[in-house]
Design a protein around this ligand. Structure first.
Ligand code: M5T
Ligand code: MG
Length: 599
């Protein structure tokens, strides 16, 4: 496999179509030219064969000149060889370049999609994105493999054959191309219609793949609610729609072919008739007639092939447009920012009247103000949906705050490059995601340097997951996920904690990271964390008071606002939400204990 050069494809978002396609061909233009020359030469060799045939019949046949017969024979063989060799070469070059261009496009999209901001992913469907990166890219590949070269080939064939025909007899040449304008008009209409139909088809294919993808991801929910029938019907409905649109597509083909066949058939009949008469009354020779027949059939061929080219062009262009639309989405500028500290962060965070809303415009955080000294632990407590996750997501700049001021070590947060912030901030997500890789790879993910097995193990111990990992037959090499072991919610959380600890961030964010572990394990993790939290700013989101009561400050959130703020004792002294939650949890625990001892 050749190494594929990479180029920035971003400009295709704003380029005109042709310019964009031309840009995509960067580095392959010469190869394309060679491929076109190859197929062009092969086509010319075939034209040559018919000319030679005419010469053979008129001037060689019937004269007992065996040397010439032999030479003409050699000529036929030579032309056939040229045709074979150049068809092969042209085909290979065309395929190689089409594959190269698409590989580059696919790589670009893969990279591009994962650099798009959260706000983009919030409003797009995975199935649709997958389709753009696969099926649409494939349509573009077919376009590059065939029509791009085919167009010049047809133009070449047409002009050369026409000149050859005109040379034979101008009137005959004109008669033989009289249907061409009709074919062109018909093809244009077909192209227009086909583009529409294909676009509708492609949109529906995206719906089908989204449906499938969602069903696979949510298969547990589907089963748990016994909704298989409902989902099956939904799937059938969407697939049925795709089938109908697909039929319309095939129907278009089915109309185009016979129409173009009839046109070209009439063309040939008229042409052959006229040529036949001309031969009989001696205007042209028998050799001319044979050459004529060969050339006309050879001239009609590209016309017949036009249908396929039109389909591939219209589908290729529609898919190209869909891809360009995706490319137009702005990537998250990772390295943009005018302030880059020399070393690492200290970790002083100051919120002043910070407000935030998601793209949909509903206010999620309002007037958030607090100050967190470097190395402090801040706990966030609040009912579900109160904005805790949204608040901590502002720190790595997953989203941009929309009001107030937010500073880190005294510098506005949005002056730091995102890549720097993310290298300094470790976040254990509320619903951590693990890759289908080994335990070791999952834990050392994103550290950005080689890590020793000891380091991985230390992190795992701190996250209270080491024992679990070594209990698997393959230990740290055990595969996680679809082809490996399925971890419980709590185990996943702990692997995610280990992963973040190993990263050794200056600011540590634990978003409800111990919600799925039992109280005992939580205690273990808390102990380990207490040691690890030392010296780094930590944000802890938790629902259990026990996990937050030691924090240097506790923020109580409600509906996006801070409704209470202080240390445990202060909050307990006030008769607010905190106290209520504490009492409730304490009572529950006592009841639980009583129940267990009485049982
Ligand atoms: C706060 C909305 C959500 C809720 C509010 C993550 C996210 C949230 N929201 C969006 O509109 N888009 C999003 O991508 O924001 O949500 P939160 O910050 O996730 O709340 P929380 O972390 O305090 O809740 P919980 O359940 O994790 O304790 O209205 O609809
Ligand atoms: Mg949350």
């Amino acid at each position: 496999m050749d190494a594929v050069s990479t180029i920035d494809l971003k400009p295709i978002a704003t380029d005109k179509r042709l310019a964009g396609l031309w840009r995509m061909m960067t580095g392959y233009r010469l190869t394309y030219l060679a491929a076109t020359l190859g197929v062009g030469l092969a086509a010319l060799a075939k034209t040559g064969t018919y000319l030679l045939l005419g010469y053979f019949v008129d001037d060689v046949l019937g004269q007992e000149d065996y040397r010439r017969v032999f030479l003409v024979g050699l000529g036929f063989i030579g032309l056939a060889a040229i045709q074979g060799v150049f068809t092969y070469m042209g085909g290979r070059l065309a395929a190689r370049t089409a594959e190269g261009v698409t590989l580059r496009l696919r790589n670009y999209l893969f990279d591009h999609i994962q650099r798009l901001p959260f706000s983009f992913h919030d409003r797009s469907q995975t199935g649709e994105l997958i389709q753009r990166a696969t099926s649409d890219v494939d349509a573009v590949r077919r376009f590059f493999a065939d029509p791009v070269i085919g167009v010049s080939r047809i133009a070449l064939l047409f002009s050369v054959n026409f000149v050859a025909l005109a040379n034979l007899n101008l009137r005959l040449a004109l008669i033989s191309t009289v249907v061409m304008p009709f074919v062109v008009i018909m093809s244009y209409l077909f192209f227009k219609k086909m583009s529409q139909i294909y676009e509708a088809y492609q949109n529906q294919e995206a719906v089908v793949s989204t449906t499938l993808q969602e069903n696979l991801t949510g298969v547990r929910v589907v089963k748990a609610f016994a909704r298989q029938d409902h989902e099956r019907d939904k799937g059938r409905r969407e697939s049925g729609e795709k089938y109908r649109r697909g039929r319309r597509r095939v129907g278009m083909h089915a109309t185009y072919w016979p129409l173009s066949d009839i046109l070209t058939g009439v063309q040939m009949a008229v042409g052959f008739g006229v040529a036949g008469l001309m031969t009989i009354n001696g205007t042209i020779t028998v050799g001319n007639f044979l050459t004529y027949v060969g050339l006309v059939i050879w001239l009609i061929w590209p016309v017949r092939n036009l249908g396929r080219m039109i389909v591939r062009t219209s589908t290729g262009l529609i898919s190209y447009d869909r891809i360009a639309k995706l490319v137009a989405e702005d990537q998250e500028p990772l390295d943009e920012g005018d302030y880059l500290p020399d070393g690492s962060l200290r970790g002083e965070v100051v919120f002043e009247g910070v407000g935030f809303e998601y793209d949909d415009g509903a206010s999620v955080l309002e007037d958030i103000s607090f100050r967190c000294e470097a190395g402090q632990a801040v706990a966030l407590l609040g009912s579900t949906g109160s904005g805790k996750t949204s608040l901590v997501n502002l720190l790595p700049r997953f989203y941009e705050y929309t009001g107030g001021s937010l500073t880190l070590d005294g510098v506005a947060l949005n002056r730091y490059p995102r890549s720097f912030l993310r290298s300094q901030i470790g976040i254990v997500e509320q619903e951590p995601f693990l890759f289908s890789r080994s335990m070791r790879e999952n834990i050392s993910y994103g550290v950005g340097r080689d890590v020793s097995d000891e380091e991985v193990e230390t992190a795992a111990r701190a996250a209270a997951i080491h024992e679990t990992i070594v209990s698997f037959p393959d230990g740290y090499d055990t595969l996680v996920g679809e082809k490996g072991v399925t971890l419980s919610g709590g185990q996943k959380q702990r692997v995610a904690i280990a992963r973040t600890l190993l990263k050794d961030p200056r600011i540590l964010i634990l978003d409800d990271s111990t919600s799925s572990v039992d109280t005992e394990t939580e205690g273990l993790i808390r102990q380990a964390l207490r040691f690890l939290m030392r010296g780094r700013t930590t944000f802890i989101i938790a629902h259990r008071i026990q996990s937050v009561m030691d924090a240097d400050q506790i923020l109580v959130l409600d509906k996006g606002r801070i409704v209470d703020h202080g240390v445990h004792d202060e909050l307990m002294a006030r008769d607010g939400i905190y106290r209520k939650v504490y009492d409730l949890q304490a009572r529950l625990e006592v009841e639980l204990e009583e129940e267990m001892t009485s049982a």
